[in-house]
Design a binder for this molecule. Structure first.
Ligand SMILES: Nc1ncnc2c1ncn2[C@@H]1O[C@H](COP(=O)(O)OP(=O)(O)O)[C@@H](O)[C@H]1O
Ligand SMILES: Cc1cn([C@H]2C[C@H](O)[C@@H](COP(=O)(O)OP(=O)(O)O)O2)c(=O)[nH]c1=O
Length: 195
């Protein structure tokens, strides 16, 4: 499954907590991962954002994603793990648009990825998200170029786009929720699907 949403909404917090709660509940192993991937290529991308922009970044991010799927996600799924990714294709459908690309072009680079069983989109009041970003010491180039309002809007468009392609998606309205409550809402939805 994938956890998505604007910078600062709480993706990493929720992904980590969700992995912990799933580990407590199930015998099935849980693998927590992130994009860009935790590999030399992923780390290179994170440190190159000033010089890697637009189409070059979109292609490099897509290459990292395909390698992530082949080398990490698929083998874990084949071994029977639950895999939770903090960011996935939808991040490209939002961030690469902020970087000047059209949705169709970005999708063209990502069209062969493995569709998640479900994607959770975290949303919150943009003022709350902005308040959190202001406490970060250093914002990335794309964090500075975008805004919580714009990212929320573009995530909505990404969702419409993927709905047309049959992807299973769920919005979690995190307004006023603690991380535990956010994860409880995700687990509720997973339990509903399981019954
Ligand atoms: N539900 C929440 N309520 C209050 N603060 C939160 C919540 N979720 C995350 N945070 C805090 O907000 C900040 C950004 O969270 P993070 O998980 O890093 O966001 P993201 O991965 O989406 O950029 C962190 O300081 C985190 O502790
Ligand atoms: C996953 C993904 C990341 N990125 C970029 C945005 C950021 O500059 C960088 C790192 O992502 P980000 O999640 O913001 O990093 P961190 O975990 O350090 O907060 O990768 C894209 O441009 N497109 C993508 O699809």
């Amino acid at each position: 499954m994938a956890i998505e949403g604007p910078n600062g909404v709480g993706k990493t917090t929720a992904t980590t907590l969700l992995a912990a709660r799933l580990r407590e509940r199930h015998d099935t192993p849980v693998h927590q991962t992130t994009e860009p991937s935790d590999t030399p290529l992923g780390r290179l991308l994170r440190s190159s954002e000033a010089v890697l922009t637009g189409r070059a970044l979109a292609l490099a991010i897509a290459a990292d994603r395909y390698a992530h799927i082949e080398n990490e996600i698929k083998p874990r799924l084949d071994a029977g793990c639950h895999v939770i990714s903090d960011r996935y294709v939808q991040s490209s459908l939002v961030l690469q648009r902020i970087d000047g690309l059209a949705l169709d072009e970005i999708w063209g680079y990502n069209a062969y990825v493995l569709a998640p069983t479900i994607t959770f989109y975290l949303e919150d009041d943009p003022r709350v998200i902005r308040g959190r970003l202001e406490t970060r010491r250093k914002l990335s180039r794309l964090e500075r170029a975008g805004s919580p309002e714009r990212e929320l809007m573009l995530y909505g468009e990404a969702r419409d786009f993927l709905r047309g392609r049959g992807w299973t998606q769920e919005v979690i309205d995190c307004t006023g929720m603690t991380p535990e409550q956010v994860v409880a809402a995700i687990l509720d939805r997973l339990d509903t699907d399981a019954t």
